[in-house]
Design a protein around this ligand. Structure first.
Ligand SMILES: NC(=O)c1ccc[n+]([C@@H]2O[C@H](COP(=O)([O-])OP(=O)(O)OC[C@H]3O[C@@H](n4cnc5c(N)ncnc54)[C@H](O)[C@@H]3O)[C@@H](O)[C@H]2O)c1
Ligand SMILES: [Zn+2]
Length: 377
C-alpha cells in the first residue's frame, strides 16, 4: 500500500437476503477494522487468506496486521490474472484450505479483484460442503460489482464463468485506499461498471458522475460515494432477484455486446472487461436510439462521458481490431440463446431507463453491427 490508512466514518450498505444478509463496509481506511468485524461476526473463527501475487505484494501485510490476534492459516497465493479461474488452480486452492484444516465455522478471506473473489468464493462454496467467506475487494470492479451478490465461478474450456455457485459472502470490506495502487487502466475499466448503475436506473447519479468523475479518480470522498451508490443499486437488485430469474438481468446492460467484443479479443489485455462493457453500453444506447426507443441525444451523452474518462467508445479503438459481423453474431448467439431469430438484450428508453427486451430481431442487431464496424472515431 502506498498511503497510510486513516480510519474514517465508514458507509455501510446492507444486502438484505434474510438469514444470508450481510454488510458492505465502504471507506478509506476501513481495512483496519477487519479483525474487529470478523471477531464480532464469527468469534473464535480461524481465517485463510486467498490472494494473487500482485495483490499480495500491495495488500497482504496490511490485511494480516488488520486481523490482529485472529488465528490465520498460511495465505494461499495464486498467479495474477484470469488464468487462475481454472480447474487446476481451483483444485490447488481447495486442497490448500483442507490442508490448513479450515473447518465449518472458519472463514475464507478473498483478498483481491474479481478473479480472486470468484475463485476463492467458489472454493468456499464447495470445500467441506460450504464455508463462510469474507470479501476484501481490491479493484474498483470488485468493490462495485463482483464482491457483491454471491456469484462465484471459474472458467471452463467452453467459456467464462461456466462452473460456479451462488454463494453469498458474510461480509464485504471495501477499503477505497487499496485502489491507490491499482493501474489507471484497471481503475477506468472498473469505472465503466459504476457508470452502468446510473445508466440502468439512476439518471441523477449519472449526471453527478458527469460532473464529479475527476474527484472519483483522484480518490476523495466522491470515490466512496460512487462506490456506495453502486453497491446500494446492486444490493437492491440482488435483494429482489438473487438468482437472476428477472430483474437482476438489468445488471447485464452492455454485457451482451460487451462479452462478444471481449471474446473476440481473446479475453486478453487488448480489451479489459470494463472496456468491453463501455463499448457494449454505447452499442446498447445507440441500438436503442436506432430503434427509436431512446433519444439519440441520450446515446451521445453516454458516449461523451465514457470518452471523457478515457474509455473506448468506438469499435475501431479495440487494439488489433475486431472480426467481421458474422463472427460477432456467432459470439452473441453463443452468449445468449437465439429463439426463432430473436435475442434478449438490455436496452434503454434513456439514461436511467434500462429494460429487458426479450424480442430483439437478430437481423436488426446484425445490420447495426455492420454499420458500427465501419464507423470511425
Ligand atoms: N462474481 C461476479 O458477480 C462478477 C462480476 C463482474 C466480474 N466478475 C469477474 O471478475 C473478474 C475481473 O475482475 P477484476 O477486473 O477485478 O480483475 P482481476 O482480479 O484480475 O484484477 C485486475 C488486475 O489488477 C491487479 N490488482 C488487483 N488489485 C490491485 C491493487 N489494489 N493494486 C494493484 N494491482 C491490483 C490484479 O492482480 C490483476 O492483475 C473476471 O473474471 C470476471 O468474470 C465477476
Ligand atoms: Zn461486468
Amino acid at each position: 500500500m502506498t498511503a497510510p490508512l486513516r480510519a474514517g466514518e465508514p458507509i455501510i450498505v446492507n444486502v438484505a437476503l434474510g438469514a444470508r444478509s450481510y454488510d458492505i463496509v465502504i471507506g478509506r481506511g476501513v481495512l483496519a477494522s477487519l479483525g474487529e468485524r470478523i471477531k464480532a461476526l464469527r468469534p473464535g473463527a480461524r481465517v485463510a487468506i486467498v490472494s494473487d501475487e500482485t495483490v499480495a505484494r500491495h495488500c497482504l501485510s496490511a490485511t494480516q496486521a488488520a486481523l490482529g490476534g485472529i488465528a490465520s492459516a498460511a495465505p494461499v497465493i495464486v498467479a495474477s490474472g484470469e488464468s487462475s479461474k481454472s480447474f487446476p488452480v481451483f483444485e490447488q486452492v481447495c486442497e490448500a484450505l483442507i490442508e490448513a484444516r479450515i473447518e465449518r465455522g472458519d472463514l475464507v478471506l478473498a483478498l483481491g479483484g474479481g478473479v480472486v473473489g470468484d475463485l476463492a468464493g467458489f472454493a468456499a462454496a464447495v470445500v467441506r460442503r460450504g464455508l463462510d467467506y469474507v470479501q476484501v475487494p481490491t479493484t474498483l470492479l470488485a468493490q462495485v460489482d463482483s464482491s457483491v451478490g454471491g456469484k462465484t465461478a471459474i472458467d471452463s474450456r467452453h467459456g467464462k464463468n461456466l462452473v460456479g455457485a451462488f454463494h453469498q459472502p458474510v461480509l464485504v470490506v471495501a477499503d477505497t485506499a487499496l485502489l491507490d495502487t491499482l493501474p489507471a487502466r484497471e481503475f477506468r475499466a472498473g469505472y465503466a461498471e459504476v457508470a452502468k448503475y446510473g445508466l440502468i436506473g439512476d439518471a441523477a447519479f449519472f449526471a453527478w458522475l458527469e460532473s464529479s468523475w475527476r474527484e472519483i479518480f483522484a480518490g476523495g470522498p466522491a470515490r466512496e460515494h460512487a462506490i456506495a451508490v453502486s453497491c446500494r443499486a446492486k444490493a437492491q437488485t440482488v435483494g429482489r432477484d438473487e438468482r437472476e430469474t428477472g430483474e437482476r438481468a438489468l445488471l447485464n446492460l452492455g454485457h451482451t455486446f460487451g462479452h462478444a467484443f471481449e471474446a473476440a479479443a481473446g479475453f486478453s489485455d487488448r480489451l479489459l472487461h470494463g472496456e468491453a462493457i463501455a463499448l457494449g453500453m454505447v452499442c446498447a444506447f445507440d441500438f436503442s436510439a436506432r430503434c427509436k426507443l431512446a433519444p439519440a441525444a441520450e446515446a451521445e451523452r453516454v458516449k461523451r462521458h465514457l470518452a471523457a474518462v478515457g474509455l473506448p467508445t468506438h469499435l475501431s479503438q479495440v487494439a488489433g481490431g475486431l472480426p467481421d459481423t458474422d463472427r460477432l453474431m456467432d459470439l452473441i448467439s453463443q452468449d445468449k440463446k437465439v429463439k426463432r431469430g430473436r435475442l434478449t438484450f438490455i436496452l434503454a428508453r434513456g439514461i436511467g431507463g434500462a429494460f429487458i427486451a426479450p424480442d430483439v430481431e437478430a437481423a436488426e442487431v446484425r445490420s447495426f453491427l455492420e454499420e458500427k464496424l465501419t464507423e470511425r472515431c
